[in-house]
Design a protein around this ligand. Structure first.
Ligand code: GLV
Ligand code: MN
Ligand code: MN
Length: 416
């Protein structure tokens, strides 16, 4: 898999090493859910690549992989951390997550080849379940580490196959009793810089390869569960039905209508689960997954309230019930102004861009200074096989990250 290390290793060569892992022939692109064989293979690939670079690798009690570079033998405190995730959405692109991991490895190559005297340790981190594709809760690894999600809540999460997170974690070498906030680890970290493919058109519009992140929209996920009368598609008269699919469908249309009515909002239904899900069966239940985002958390809350009211009306009109459950809510994030300013001083030509996508850097921002670098995506499309990064832009991102890390690990801490 990992070729012998040369100075010519590039981000695109590293991504080529994992290009066959987790390809999804049915959906297109990649499906790499948490602790699937694909994600486990990617984790092994990362560990091998880190060991090849003589990094000290450990997996913590929340399943986050850490690879330390500490050539000066400094105490593990005030560390600079970079990294991202290796899990994907169903049928996702090649870059969302892996670009940040591969760029971190290439940046390490550059740092190791330079004659540096680091004054801070550096670590690469890989966070599990960033997308929340398996358990519906985004950034589960970083949310456990900070305590934003309690270990009890995480342990009880159930995936589509009925496997609890506690069982899955245990099968993958974690002790479910030891999940949760990790004060010791948090006290070792001075700052976190995550490089990520840009998921919109900001860099295309500006004609630039690399940007610095400014903020993340407040965003959350809710489940609207419509209950009706499961029945026979052929024998049930049209006048005799209590069909939750109808209430769900009407609500989906209202999600678009109400979302469009709020300036700057995004409101999406990307997943709908009918139970039992037979083509000749009137469903007894339909779960509708709602994703709502806005720069103002109060607007997110108000929009969800309006959508829930519409859902109740549609359910009542069909003689159905409906419940609303919050799966996650991540408040708006403004990245640390001091760290962001320092990145701007290091990369003076990089534009500053907000994003509507969630990231572990957004979760960790509650505990430590965090910042992000975005790399141009010429399609402007993400969470899709069409997500893309040109090789020269990937190289520019890797170089920008190496430049930032060099500065952060060699200039005094009080320059933050
Ligand atoms: C993750 O990429 C998200 O924004 O949902
Ligand atoms: Mn991501
Ligand atoms: Mn993503």
């Amino acid at each position: 898999m990992t070729e012998s290390l040369t100075h010519t290793t590039t981000v695109s060569r590293l991504l080529a090493e994992i290009a066959e892992i987790g390809t999804d022939t049915a959906r297109g692109g990649y499906s790499r859910p948490l602790y699937s064989s694909a994600e486990l293979e990617l984790r092994e690939w990362f560990v091998a690549a880190a060991r090849q670079r003589s990094l000290d690798v450990e997996t913590d009690r929340n399943g986050i992989i850490w690879a330390w570079w500490n050539p000066s033998g400094l105490p593990l405190t005030d560390a600079v951390v970079t990294g991202s995730h290796l899990d994907s959405v169903p049928g996702g692109g090649a870059f969302d997550g892996p670009l940040g991991v591969a760029s971190a490895l290439v940046a390490i190559d550059a740092l190791q080849a330079a004659d540096l005297q680091p004054t801070r340790p550096l670590a690469l981190a890989v966070f599990p379940e960033e997308e929340g594709s398996r358990y519906g809760l985004a950034c589960l690894g970083s949310q456990l580490m900070t305590g934003a999600v309690t270990p009890e809540r995480a342990a009880a999460l159930v995936d589509a196959d009925g496997t609890t997170f506690a069982d899955l974690a245990e099968r993958n070498g974690l002790d479910p009793r030891h999940l949760g906030r990790d004060d010791e680890r948090l006290s070792q970290i001075g700052c976190f810089v995550e490089l990520h493919v840009e998921q919109g058109r900001g860099l295309i519009d500006q004609g630039r390869a690399v940007a610095i992140g400014s903020s993340i929209l407040g965003h959350g996920r809710w489940r609207l569960s419509f209950g009706g009368q499961g029945n026979h598609a052929g024998t049930t008269l049209m006048t005799d039905r209590r069909d939750p699919m109808l209430a769900a469908a009407a609500t989906v249309l209202d999600v678009r209508r109400l979302g469009r009515g709020v300036e700057g909002a995004r409101a999406t239904v990307g997943k709908l689960d009918p139970v039992p899900g037979g083509s000749n069966v009137i469903a007894s239940r339909v779960d509708v997954w709602l994703d709502v985002r806005h720069a103002d958390d109060a607007v997110v809350a108000a929009l969800v309230t309006d959508i829930a009211a519409a859902a109740r009306e549609h359910a009542a009109a069909e003689g159905c019930s409906v419940t609303l459950t919050e799966a996650s809510m991540s408040p708006r994030v403004d990245f640390h102004p001091g760290l962001r300013g320092r990145l701007s001083a290091i990369l003076p030509d990089a534009p500053i861009l907000p994003t509507g996508a969630g990231h572990d850097a957004g979760v960790l921002k509650e505990e430590i200074p965090t910042a992000m670098l975005f790399v141009r995506n010429p399609t402007g499309v993400s969470h899709s096989p069409e997500e893309y990064v040109e090789d020269p832009d990937a190289d520019a991102g890797g170089e920008a990250l190496a430049t930032v890390l060099t500065d952060l690990i060699t200039r005094p801490v009080d320059a933050d």
